[in-house]
Write a protein that binds this ligand. Structure first.
Ligand code: MN
Length: 228
């Protein structure tokens, strides 16, 4: 095969304990998925189906990076999330089979232009400018399921310059990993290489140049990056 321009590089994420990398096909993300206030108000967090959006595969940024403050925003926000890395795909996957397709887990941050998102929500416009920009998906090393077990509970946290901003438990997710995969696979035929960012708990906030961000999920390697 020859191409009229150089083909783009394959985006990929480091794998814990391995030299080989995980190739990224697509990045799916779940909208608000932690029930902190919904449940205590007596409402059913599952009364509405989950909301999905995407980022381009080449939005991934490796652990330890210096990430330029994004263009076209004055309110760049962090959102720490558990990330699922799919090794098998499929359509109409039942929830009780969904974890069979999860190759590994990582910690990621869904960087968000909150000002652009507010405009999009107000105007009923797409979220791409708010979510799908360059370097918007820093992600730590993927830990293969083969070296551990599936993650359904455990601490998820994020700190900026050593100050804890987000601190919750995966058990508080409205939609569990198997339920997310089941829902996604009704609208997309999932494929090996797909990443799924599973939503963020309360405590999101802004970063500015010079800030050092550290975040983690119990049992996974810590993700660190700096905004420059
Ligand atoms: Mn998010």
């Amino acid at each position: 095969m020859s191409y009229v321009i150089d083909p783009p590089a394959q985006p990929a994420v480091a794998v814990h304990g391995a030299a080989a990398k995980f190739p990224v096909r697509r990045i799916f993300c779940v909208g608000r998925n932690y029930a902190d206030h919904v449940r205590e108000m007596g409402n059913d967090p599952k009364s509405e189906p989950p909301i999905f959006f995407t980022k381009p595969a080449d939005a991934v940024v490796a652990n330890g990076a210096a990430i330029p403050y994004a263009a076209n925003t004055a309110n760049l926000h962090f959102e720490v999330e558990l990330v699922l890395a799919l090794g098998k795909g499929g359509a109409d996957i039942p929830a009780d089979k969904a974890l069979d397709g999860v190759w590994g887990y990582a910690v990621g941050v869904d960087l968000t232009r909150r000002d652009r998102q507010a405009e999009a929500k107000k105007g009923g416009a797409p979220w791409d400018a708010a979510k799908a920009f360059d370097n918007s998906a820093p992600i730590g090393e993927i830990v293969p399921v083969a070296s551990g077990s599936h993650l359904g509970e455990g601490r998820i946290w994020l700190a900026v310059n050593g100050e804890t901003k987000q601190d919750a438990d995966l058990a508080d997710m409205i939609w569990s990993a198997p339920e997310i995969i089941a829902h996604l696979s009704r609208s997309w035929t999932l494929q090996p290489g797909d990443l799924i960012f599973t939503g963020t708990p309360a405590g999101v906030g802004p970063v500015k140049p010079g800030d050092k961000v550290e975040c983690g999920v119990a049992g996974l390697p810590t993700l660190r990056f700096m905004i420059v």
